[in-house]
Design a protein around this ligand. Structure first.
Ligand SMILES: Cc1cc2nc3c(=O)[nH]c(=O)nc-3n(C[C@H](O)[C@H](O)[C@H](O)COP(=O)(O)OP(=O)(O)OC[C@H]3O[C@@H](n4cnc5c(N)ncnc54)[C@H](O)[C@@H]3O)c2cc1C
Ligand code: FES
Length: 251
């Protein structure tokens, strides 16, 4: 099962960067002079001619925004861009998260928090309550703690080195929250091991969940097969999937 279906056709946008904000040690938020009709959890392909084209979660629709972590050659080049520079966008693609009233727990591991503040705004706009559980190796890798607090979400933090919040993995703060009851849905984005652990916890506690997975992507539209994972195409059938026993999506 995949998450909420796409709502808009693919657009090609030549955009300029209007704002660049350092979010943590290795992540910048870029706001562009463009808007895209999309829902949280969908992604777009960012293209720098002569460099490469890579997938990134949409972190905001208007202005169109992306949170880019520096992990390799492409993200290094994106980090070198400044306000006024151009970047090319192809999207939106994929199935996103569904937004419904109730109490939602949003779980982000590292830069996996990128689409979740966008989702939090959508959930709050439809009358929902939001808890955010954010995990990272250390305080320098935590993303969007202040953004979630500014939105009014209850924020729970875990770091593996204990430099902020609880020492441990984000699943260590999620487990008691789910077992205590009162969480209607869980939405998560982050490393596969974190998502697999959350899937087990949600199955154990009967919590509906939508999980956003990553994969190597080339075309982004279900043609090349490079993003195949467990017989699904992550770009087309995901990246947001409901866990097998979940009932969170509209599909
Ligand atoms: C749907 C989707 C949404 C994404 N959203 C964001 C986002 O919002 N912000 C962000 O910073 N990044 C995001 N990414 C990840 C980003 O696309 C990759 O990190 C990209 O490869 C960066 O390119 P690079 O040339 O800088 O680094 P690369 O050299 O391509 O990658 C750096 C390292 O990460 C590994 N890697 C890259 N992609 C994957 C993968 N899919 N699975 C496992 N390992 C991988 C590589 O093997 C390498 O070791 C997203 C990916 C997907 C599929
Ligand atoms: S990226 Fe080509 S099929 Fe998914």
């Amino acid at each position: 099962m995949s998450g909420a279906p796409r709502e808009a056709a693919c657009q090609h946008v030549a955009a300029r960067i209007v704002e660049k904000t350092q979010e943590n040690a290795r992540t910048v938020m870029l706001a562009l002079d463009a808007a895209l009709e999309c829902i949280p959890g969908q992604f777009a392909m960012l293209w720098l001619p002569g460099v490469d084209e890579k997938p990134f979660s949409i972190a905001g629709a208007d202005p169109l925004s992306f949170a880019i972590s520096r992990v390799g050659p492409f993200s290094e080049r994106v980090h070198a861009l400044e306000p006024g520079d151009r970047i090319w966008i192809r999207g939106p693609f994929g199935a996103g998260f569904s937004a419904a009233p109730g109490r939602a727990l949003l779980v982000g591991g590292g830069y996996g928090a990128a689409p979740l503040a966008f989702l939090a705004r959508a959930l709050l706009a439809c009358g929902g309550k939001v808890d955010a559980a954010l995990g990272a190796r250390g305080v320098g890798d935590l993303l969007f703690v202040k953004r979630f607090r500014d939105l009014g979400a209850a924020v729970h933090v875990a770091t593996e080195d204990g430099s902020a919040g609880m020492r441990g993995r984000v699943t260590d703060v999620v487990r008691p929250l789910l077992r205590a009851g009162g969480i209607d849905r869980l939405h998560a984005c982050g490393p596969e091991a974190m998502l697999d652990a959350l899937a087990s916890l949600c199955t154990e506690t009967g919590t509906p969940a939508e999980l956003s997975y990553e994969a190597y992507m080339r075309c982004g539209v279900g043609i090349c097969g490079s993003c195949e994972h467990n017989e699904r195409l992550v770009c087309r059938d995901g990246p947001v999937f409901t866990i097998p026993t979940g009932h969170a999506s509209g599909s």
